[in-house]
Ligand binder design. Structure first.
Ligand code: FES
Ligand SMILES: [Fe+2]
Length: 458
């Protein structure tokens, strides 16, 4: 990469070879310790949240030079910044003097970051600009070892920024592979193929981060875990077919499906359940206060255009899960942030659209208001069901002698799973094939070596 001259490789010796990975991850089950062992969690912070690409922020959050947000790469605090020259960087949020957190704000705009402890001052390209009373040093404080550490590889795919500490990781586009198709479709239904990330609903749960990733394409739990939400959504409707009601009766006989997309990514596609017409997406949207008013206003103001405009507010029925920490679903972006072996943050960012082509006009505000109301639907009333399950699983993991977690639904049934020409694997909506496949990628990353690298500006 240009602009960097130094590399600091992690000391060799951080190895996971003491574990019997083939015992811990088997074809149809995994051992409780992969969710409960603090040492495995510590290794994940290197072998997963370091060695592979990790979602770190969206470009709309750092749209202009000097914009920044503070995030975590695994447990490492980082500053995602568009520097004064417009280049995206992921700086370690750690002062090189004595190691304190340099920037303590969630977001903002800054040309410099001044350390709150002793006042060392860094440019937003990571270079140390100055220290108080420099005549107190015999060493040259312009030496590059005093510049902030940086993540060496930062790449975006259509606005989604990923970072890795692994110089040998494949190019981002190759690593995403076939999951780019649903990402493209999720974006391209919006004007200009664009979304802008808004503020978030922030949840946390007392459970391992993988419990959320296991669940994010799980079609087996929906009708049981989310029964109260589905009943609420359909209580006032003439036809009880709103929200996720298509999971009632026999979900595996419907056209929706789950698909393993390679490199740990998986996908649940419920769009085949929709009526293929303008307004078909909106027709599925569950009732929420104020919605009828907006809908009747749209119909009287925009006539025949109303259906396609309302579809722009509807929740896209997909779960696009990008290993290890990003999920695109409905109108939302969910990010999983590991905190400890049994604590995770689950953050749901809302999104709005822009009138990129100038053909939405004064309907834009109404569409974005309705999109924000959808942010109050599943994230507030469905996510809590899922988090309760994750916490209860973590309690079950304390039963030391009862060791196994099964991912065996569909396993070994002939003709149930399809191996597709692009290398993806699909199955019916309630199958656990995506779990069995993604955990193999987790095992591959965990059992191999991890050579991580940081860099500093010269
Ligand atoms: S720790 Fe930052 S200036 Fe001392
Ligand atoms: Fe769920």
């Amino acid at each position: 990469m240009s602009g960097f001259e130094t590399r600091e490789a992690q000391k060799p010796g951080r190895t996971t070879s003491a574990y019997d990975w083939d015992f811990l991850v088997q074809d149809d089950r995994v051992h409780r310790s992969i969710y409960a062992d603090p040492e495995i969690f510590a290794a994940e912070m290197t072998h997963i949240f370091g060695k592979t690409w990790v979602y770190i922020a969206h470009e709309s959050e750092v749209a202009k030079p000097n914009d920044f947000v503070t995030r975590k790469l695994g447990l490492r605090p980082v500053i995602v910044v568009r520097d004064s020259d417009g280049r995206l960087r992921v700086l370690y949020n750690r002062c090189t003097h004595r190691g304190t957190t340099l920037c303590r704000q969630e977001r903002g705009s800054a040309r410099n970051f001044q350390c709150p402890y002793h006042g060392w001052n860094f440019g937003n390209n990571g270079k140390l600009r100055g220290v108080p009373w420099p005549d107190g040093y015999t060493q040259d404080i312009r030496d590059e070892r005093f510049n902030l550490a940086q993540v060496p590889r930062v790449q975006s795919y259509r606005g989604f920024i990923f970072a890795t500490l692994n110089m040998d990781a494949p190019d981002l586009l190759n690593w995403l592979g076939p999951i780019t198709r649903p990402i493209d479709e999720w974006l391209d239904r919006n004007p200009g193929g664009k979304i802008v990330v808004c503020e978030a609903n922030r949840f946390k749960y007392k459970g391992n981060w993988k419990l959320a990733y296991d669940n994010s394409s799980d079609g087996y739990h929906v009708i049981y875990s989310h029964r109260s939400l589905i009943e609420t959504e359909n209580r006032m409707t003439a036809e009880p077919n709103k929200g996720m009601a298509y999971y009632k009766n026999s979900p595996d006989s419907l056209a929706m499906y789950v698909q393993y997309m390679g490199n740990g990514h998986h996908f649940k596609d419920k769009r085949p359940n929709l009526q293929p017409r303008q307004g078909g997406l909106w027709a599925l949207e569950s009732l929420h206060p104020g919605m009828e008013y907006y809908e009747s206003e749209f119909r009287s103001r925009y006539g025949e255009r109303a259906d396609s405009l309302l579809d722009l507010a509807g929740s896209e029925p997909v779960n696009i899960n990008i290993f290890p920490n990003l999920s695109l679903l409905g109108n939302h972006i969910q990010v999983f942030e590991p905190v400890s072996v049994n604590e995770t943050n689950a953050v749901w960012y809302g999104t709005r659209i822009e009138d990129v082509n100038g053909d939405i006009g004064d309907a834009l505000e109404g569409i974005n208001a309705l999109r924000m109301r959808t942010q109050e639907g599943f994230p507030n009333f469905g996510e809590v069901d899922d988090l309760a399950n994750f916490e209860q699983i973590q309690r079950g993991l304390d039963c030391l002698e009862d060791e196994w977690i099964y991912m065996n639904r569909g396993y070994g049934l002939p003709d149930r799973i399809k191996h597709n020409a692009d290398g993806t694997i699909s199955g019916p909506a309630t199958d656990e094939v995506f779990m069995r496949e993604y955990i193999k990628e987790w095992k591959r990353l965990m059992s191999g070596p991890a050579h991580l690298t940081i860099q500093r500006e010269p």
